[in-house]
Design a protein around this ligand. Structure first.
Ligand SMILES: Cc1cc2nc3c(=O)[nH]c(=O)nc-3n(C[C@H](O)[C@H](O)[C@H](O)COP(=O)(O)OP(=O)(O)OC[C@H]3O[C@@H](n4cnc5c(N)ncnc54)[C@H](O)[C@@H]3O)c2cc1C
Length: 399
């Protein structure tokens, strides 16, 4: 371990100030924090505490679409996706309330640029994919309007799940690994040569390793510790439509149109998107979808799926998602010895946090890293640079 000091868990009461010594503190009990805790415990870090100021999965992790893109593409390499699938399938086996839904999945291009991207994706990925012409898509999935489609890429057996249950499953596995979940908010940090003291609403946790995995709150927390990362908050939104007729749709994503969708297990239709609006105040955030997004869904739904012409809105919501300038997350140590970060997953944190958590554990325990960590180095940006928030569904911008 980079930090040879292993502090036993002791509690010192000193005039109402409680100080708890542990081996690692993870700040944030969303999917990222829970997966980090599982990986740290499994890497041999004995006494891990998760600090969550609210309920686990109460923020982005409970509001996501739950599409596990690691079954559809390999953004951070085949090994990273494989590891994620393995961990989540273990969660599914162990946690009764978690169900994985399998369906065909299509990336649908409505432009020549999109078609080029799908061809290159088809050539490079090790996941089995099939390129479909407009006619082939129409034959396979007759609900889709195909007159403006240029090409489609099909993947059999994609997976989606309830992201809240997935996060609770991660917490349950973490608990089985000996991790303690504490409902307290991290307020401040004090750094000295023995480690880092995290002051919370109710006391202090001291540890040689502190991981900030607090989603869009990560930047603010790191600033309190005296460091920074370049991270902004943006929205991601969902509309659930009641279709006039029952239909079983595959997962689909249309980056040219900035939307994606699928059927829900209840037979409704989920539309996701609205991902480029910055969140100016992360605390007073409105958790309903915005009017422009709902209008966009109202216009696009019948264009993509004509049977939705007379669909009605059943539900809608929005969540706060972190954005980074290069769309890569921050995984690793900050400028402060012992202070780590795992955040900035740019709208795919449900899918990609297993690999992020494993890489983080590799770095903390100084074992062979799963992938080259330099691309994820939290110090690669100054922290205060301005950058535009791009549309998260438009993944060919990442080329
Ligand atoms: C509408 C929508 C759809 C999405 N769809 C998908 C999808 O299909 N697939 C996918 O992979 N991803 C999807 N995402 C993205 C995904 O939800 C996020 O990337 C992921 O949930 C981020 O997890 P997190 O743990 O970093 O953040 P969060 O879930 O936001 O967790 C951060 C936690 O930190 C806690 N916290 C904050 N400050 C403190 C403090 N001071 N002390 C203690 N705790 C603190 C918060 O209470 C919160 O629980 C979607 C997101 C949204 C909103």
């Amino acid at each position: 371990m980079r930090h040879p000091v292993t502090l036993n868990r002791t509690v010192t009461d000193c005039q109402q100030v409680t100080s708890t010594h542990v081996d690692a503190v993870v700040v944030g009990g969303g999917i990222v924090g829970a997966n980090c805790a599982v990986e740290l415990a499994r890497a041999g870090v004995d006494d891990v505490v998760i600090l969550e100021r609210d309920a686990p999965a109460s923020k982005a992790s409970g509001r996501a679409a739950g599409n596990l893109t690691i079954y559809r593409h390999e953004r951070f390499g085949a090994e990273a996706s494989r590891l994620g699938r393995e961990l989540y399938e273990e969660y599914e086996r162990k946690y009764d309330d978690l169900t994985f839904h399998r369906a065909n999945s299509y990336s649908i291009a409505y432009s020549e640029e999109g078609a080029d991207y799908l061809r290159s994706e088809h050539e490079t990925t090790t996941i089995e994919t099939t390129l479909l012409s407009t006619e082939e898509l129409a034959e396979r999935e007759p609900e889709f309007a195909t007159e403006n489609v240029t090409l489609a890429l099909s993947i059999d057996d994609a997976v989606y799940t309830d992201p809240e249950q997935l996060t609770l499953a991660a917490h349950s596995v973490a608990r089985d690994e000996g991790v303690t979940l504490v409902q307290e908010a991290a307020r401040d940090f004090e750094v000295d040569n023995r480690g880092i003291a995290v002051q919370t609403t109710d006391g202090t946790y001291e540890a040689p390793v502190v991981v900030v995995a607090a989603g869009v709150w990560t930047k603010r927390l790191l600033q309190r510790a005296g460091t920074d990362v370049s991270l902004r908050a943006r929205t991601s939104q969902i509309a659930i439509l009641d279709p006039p007729t029952d239909v079983d749709l595959p997962l689909w994503s249309a980056p040219d149109l900035s939307v994606y969708g699928r059927s829900t297990p209840e037979g409704r239709v989920l539309f996701g998107g609205g991902t480029s609006t910055p969140v100016t105040d992360i605390e007073s955030f409105r958790t309903r979808a915005t009017v422009p997004f709902l209008r966009q869904v109202g216009e696009l739904a019948p264009e993509v799926l004509p049977f939705l012409e007379d669909a009605t809105l059943h539900d809608d919501w929005a969540g706060r998602v972190s954005a980074t300038p290069d769309r890569y997350p921050y995984i690793g140590q900050t400028e402060i010895e012992g202070l780590y970060v795992c955040a900035g997953f740019n709208g795919e944190g449900i899918s990609n946090s297993p690999f992020g958590a494993r890489l983080l554990a590799n770095l903390i325990t100084e074992t062979d890293p799963l992938v080259d960590p330099t691309e994820f180095d939290p110090t690669r940006f100054r922290g205060d640079e301005a950058f535009e928030i791009s549309d998260a569904v438009e993944w060919w911008a990442d080329r």
